[in-house]
Structures are given as structure tokens and as C-alpha cells.
Write a protein that binds this ligand. Structure first.
Ligand code: CTP
Length: 371
């Protein structure tokens, strides 16, 4: 396999590979980088897997600037001549409970044992880095074949139970690459979803995975549609209400551009219990700190028309008058100041036609309130 890095990166990789050869250490690219290269894409991040202990290996390289070390996982972030390169140790992991973050049971294992802990066959291909900058493919799970077939296949039948977020990762790859889950994987997923075990589910990992899934605006609508229709929401909840038509309609009503963030919030935020609004001022004060996405999510979840009233009629109303202006007019400090400001705001919210500028507000105060 050939990898089209630029000359600077090639030079760095060669230097690392020469050292590795000298020390008798085997180093690899693995995971997304190899998958992407095999799919004809240019790799973005550079991660090097060290068969053995990456921390010791990196410390023996005199041309590397160490940025941080994560001892428990045997990983090191570095910078070499301005290029960020992450190093990881080969490791064996165990999932004591479904969905939890794995425990590392061994650092510095055989490459095969490291590959077997991974999610999909397409992500479990290693490419050994040689000083000649030839890359020797190690593909024990036939990932190359699955790339050419466009198939997403886990390495063992407990994989989705160990880490149910892999279902969402799979959905991400499916939409990104136009791949399909392997038939057996569809069955394993539906089997898991019949009886999902959420007790140990790592919230951090769920959020990380959902962030990835909804990072693309173009794919967000397909992602949330499948999240709903395929029952993937059961990883997180028993029920999930989603109607694509309503969603698309709300996106137009609130003019939402960042559809990925909308989907993410729609999934993660609980339904709010609304107070009963007695006035437009009440609606204004309640939704004042809501972003357009928050309003849209709220509208979708509650069908509450007040969100639309706020968005269309109240959101842009501004009060120029400040408490200090009222003190300058001669009002005394105290509750009266807040009371008057609210009254002016209320009048503006009810669209009083002669209440536009700062001076209009001052005039309104002078004619409405006695000093
Ligand atoms: N991995 C895994 N299970 C997970 C997350 C990650 O087995 N829940 C493994 C996979 O082998 C994956 C590698 O860790 O290839 C790196 O994960 P990550 O950086 O999240 O994704 P990439 O596969 O590199 O894909 P991309 O960054 O393009 O989304």
C-alpha cells in the first residue's frame, strides 16, 4: 500500500520507522487512517500504533516533543517538526459491563490481540510502517474485502453488547461511505435492541459518538430518521418521537441552518414542563436566553405556539432604557425601577407603534409614570 503524505510528513515517518527498526519495534497505522487510504481518501490525523509500549518508544526518540502522556492507556500525544502525531501502545481491553468504557488488561500485546478489540472489520486493518515507506497490510478479518463490498461487519458477536455505541458508529460509516450493515450484523443489532442494557452505558462515549454522527449537516436528517426508524434510539430510551415532516417544517419555521446541532439537541434534551404564560412579557422573559435551535427543539417537543410567537414577534424587541436612565429622570432607587422597565418592555412587546427609539421610551415613561 502507498500513502500520499506530503514530503515533510514522509520524512518524519521515515525517521520514526528507522528508529523503530533499530530498536526492533514494530509500528503500524491502523483504524480510520488505513481504511480511508484504502478508500482513496487523504488521511487527516496521524496515529501510530506501537507493538509494545508506546511511551517508552516515544521517549527514546530524540527528535520528538512530547505534549501529553496517558499512562493508563499507554498513549502519547506528540509534535514532530510542527506535525501532530499520536502514538498508542497495542493493548488488550475488557468490557466488565455492557456499554461501559473498557478496562485495559494489558499494554504492549501482540498486534493481533489489539486488532481484535476493534469495532468493524474495515477499522481493524493494520499497515506496518517500514523505513522504505512501503506499508505492509495485515488484514486478519478480511476488512479489505468488506471495504470493496461496502459492508459493515463486527469482529465478534458480542461486539454490540460490549459497546452499543458501535451501532451508532456503524450508522455514521453507513451514511458517510454509503455502506450497509452485514445481514448478520443487522440481526445482532436488532437482538441487542430487544433488550438493551443501559445501566453501565458511558454517557461520555454516547455524546462523543452522537457528536460525530451529527457533525455533518447534509447527513443529519438521514441520521436522525434512521436513529428513529431502525430503533437505534433504544440504546438510550424506550421511546423516541420523531416525525420527519414536522421536523423539516420546524427547520423552515425557525430558519435553522445547523441541522446537526438541532438533531443532537433534539435527542439529548428532555422535554420541559412549561409554565402557563399570562402575558407576552412572560413569554419574552421565559425564552429570552433560548437560541433559535433551543426554540425549535422546544417547539418540536411541545408543539407550543408561544415559541413561534417569541421567534416571530418578540425575539428582536430590545429595551434601550436602563435603570440608570430612570434614576437620571429622578425616580428613586428600588423596586419601582424594575417595575417601570417591565412596563416599557411590555408596551414594546405589544407593538406600540410610537415606541421605537430610546427617546420614545423616555417620553413613554414621562407620560405614564409620575415622578
Ligand atoms: N474504535 C472501536 N470502538 C469504538 C471506537 C473506536 O473499536 N467505540 C476503534 C476503531 O478501530 C477505530 C479506532 O478505534 O478505527 C479509532 O476510532 P475513531 O478515531 O473514533 O474513529 P476512526 O475509525 O478513526 O474514524 P473517523 O475518525 O474517520 O470517524
Amino acid at each position: 500500500m502507498q500513502i500520499k503524505f506530503n514530503d515533510k510528513v514522509n520524512h518524519i515517518i521515515k525517521k520514526i520507522a528507522l528508529k523503530a527498526e533499530r530498536f526492533g519495534v514494530k509500528i503500524y497505522f491502523v483504524g480510520g487512517l488505513v481504511r480511508d487510504v484504502l478508500m482513496g481518501k487523504t488521511p487527516l490525523d496521524i496515529d501510530i500504533l506501537v507493538e509494545g509500549n508506546a511511551i517508552n518508544f516515544v521517549k527514546s526518540l530524540d527528535f520528538v516533543e512530547i505534549k501529553s502522556i496517558h499512562k493508563d492507556f499507554g498513549t502519547v500525544k506528540t509534535e514532530i517538526s510542527g506535525v501532530s502525531i499520536d502514538f498508542a501502545s497495542t493493548r488488550i481491553e475488557e468490557y466488565p459491563k455492557s456499554g461501559c468504557l473498557p478496562h485495559v488488561t494489558k499494554i504492549g500485546c501482540d498486534i493481533k490481540d489489539d486488532l481484535i478489540r476493534r469495532d468493524f472489520t474495515i477499522n481493524a486493518i493494520a499497515a506496518r510502517i517500514l523505513p522504505s515507506l512501503d506499508y505492509e497490510i495485515i488484514d486478519i478479518f478480511n476488512g479489505c474485502d468488506d471495504i470493496s463490498k461496502g459492508v459493515l461487519k463486527v469482529l465478534h458477536k458480542n461486539s454490540y453488547i460490549d459497546d452499543p455505541t458501535r451501532i451508532l458508529r456503524g450508522l455514521d460509516f453507513k451514511l458517510r461511505f454509503n455502506f450497509d450493515f452485514f445481514d448478520e450484523d443487522e440481526k445482532l443489532i436488532q437482538e441487542y435492541l430487544k433488550n438493551p442494557d443501559r445501566d453501565g452505558l458511558s454517557t461520555d462515549r454516547v455524546i462523543l459518538t452522537l457528536n460525530k454522527l451529527f457533525s455533518s449537516n447534509e447527513r443529519a436528517m438521514s441520521a436522525i430518521s434512521e436513529f428513529s426508524s431502525c430503533g437505534y434510539y433504544k440504546i438510550l430510551f424506550d421511546e423516541f418521537l420523531f416525525n420527519r415532516e414536522n421536523f423539516e417544517n420546524a427547520i423552515k419555521l425557525f430558519n435553522i441552518k445547523d441541522i446537526g446541532s438541532l438533531c443532537l439537541k433534539y435527542i439529548l434534551e428532555p422535554i420541559e414542563i412549561l409554565p402557563e404564560f399570562k402575558s407576552r412579557l412572560g413569554i419574552y422573559k421565559y425564552f429570552k436566553n433560548y437560541s433559535d435551535i433551543d426554540l425549535c427543539v422546544h417547539y418540536l417537543k411541545t408543539n407550543d405556539n408561544n415559541t413561534l410567537i417569541y421567534y416571530n414577534e418578540l425575539k428582536n424587541v430590545k429595551l434601550y432604557l436602563k435603570g440608570s436612565d430612570l434614576l437620571n429622570l429622578g425616580f428613586n432607587q428600588g423596586k419601582i425601577i424594575g417595575f417601570i422597565l417591565d412596563k416599557v418592555l411590555e408596551a414594546k412587546l405589544s407593538k406600540m407603534p410610537d415606541l421605537i427609539s430610546f427617546n420614545d421610551e423616555i417620553e413613554f415613561v414621562k407620560r405614564t409614570f409620575k415622578l
